[in-house]
Structure formats: C-alpha cells, structure tokens
Design a binder for this molecule. Sequence first.
Ligand SMILES: [Zn+2]
Length: 218
Amino acid sequence: MIDPSELYHKKDELISIAKRCFDLRLQTNAGGNLSVRLDSADAIIIKPSGVGFNECIQDNLQVVHLDGSIEPSQHKPSKDLGFHLDLYRIRQDIRAVVHCHSPWATGYASAGLPIPCLTVQTIEKIGQIPLIPLSSKGGPQTAKEISPVFRDIKVVAAVLANHGTIGVGKTLIAAQYLAEIIEETAQIAYIRDTLISTHNIAPPPLPQFGTAIDAEKA
Ligand SMILES: [Zn+2]
C-alpha cells in the first residue's frame, strides 16, 4: 500500500527538482517529464502531460502503478509514461528518471552527432552517452527504442535525436545532475569544436580516465 508520508515527501522532492530544471533552463514550456519510484508500492510519481516543470504541485502530479494503472487524476498522462514505466520494470537500480529537452544536447542529437565524453567529470559520472534515433517511422522514441539501450546497467544517460535527454539514478537529484552534465558537456563540445575549426588546429587528445586514481591504476 502507498505510504501517504512517502508520497507527500517524494512529491515535494519532485517539485523542487522540476523547479531546479526549469530555473536552469534545461526545460521550459510544458515539455519533458520526470518521475520517481515509490518504495512502499510498485508505483511511481510522474509529472502529467500539459503541466510545466515550474507548475508542478502536490495536486497535479500523477501516481501510476508499474502495471500501467493510473490513480484518479484530472490530468492526461505524460506522453512518455510508457518509457518511464519500462525503465523501472527493467532496472531495479533506477529509482528516478529526468527527461528534458535541453537545447545544446538536443542540438547535438538532432545533428546525428553523439556528445563526446570530453571532460573528466563526464567520463567519471556518465562514461557513455548513447544517441537513440527517432522511431523507424520518424516518430518520437518509445520504450521500444529506449529500453534496449538501458538494459546495459552501465548506461545512466542517453540523448534522443530531435527530442531530448534522459538521466536515470537512485534519486531524483542524481538523475537531475546527469541531465545537467549532459547539457554542460554538449555546450563545452560545441565551443571546443568551434574553436578547433576556427583556428584550424588538430583536435587535442581526449581524457581516458575520469579520476586520477583510475589513471594511476591503469
Ligand atoms: Zn520528451
């Protein structure tokens, strides 16, 4: 049974992470979505369709069971509900998902360019950022395209061509940090690529390790 206290606190946490994501301009308007898994039941809390990250409140967040049944709500379910549910079904370690349409990362993905893991922090915290193309008919990515990528438990983040990014984690703030690192890395990559091309220089080598300890061990 859903614990009302857990529900209240996790909704509160989701509201504050959504606000952080909006304040950082990683997600404007009513797009994107984020969710968190409950411990007291096989269910998640998720932002519904048509509600902006900055407008999330206790009363408009939806509770959805992992079997897909939705607790009574006046709102339409998120268009991406299917892939959120599937990520929780296939990975016990995933307890939160942040999906946003942040512009630098989505720009790279829409050009068909993977975002290189070019900072030591990106290597340490993410390791790889798979690029998931649109569905075969040109529609948005669904669980069919997304879940196979995340079946590899080393994958904690991905970018969706012409769509956005996904960060997953044990907590909402951990998933949000990944959304921020992906966007930051895309911006740094763009600046680096632009400078390399403007100055007509050979690309300097990329880091191989995320931490000094890993480098020393190698
Ligand atoms: Zn989306």
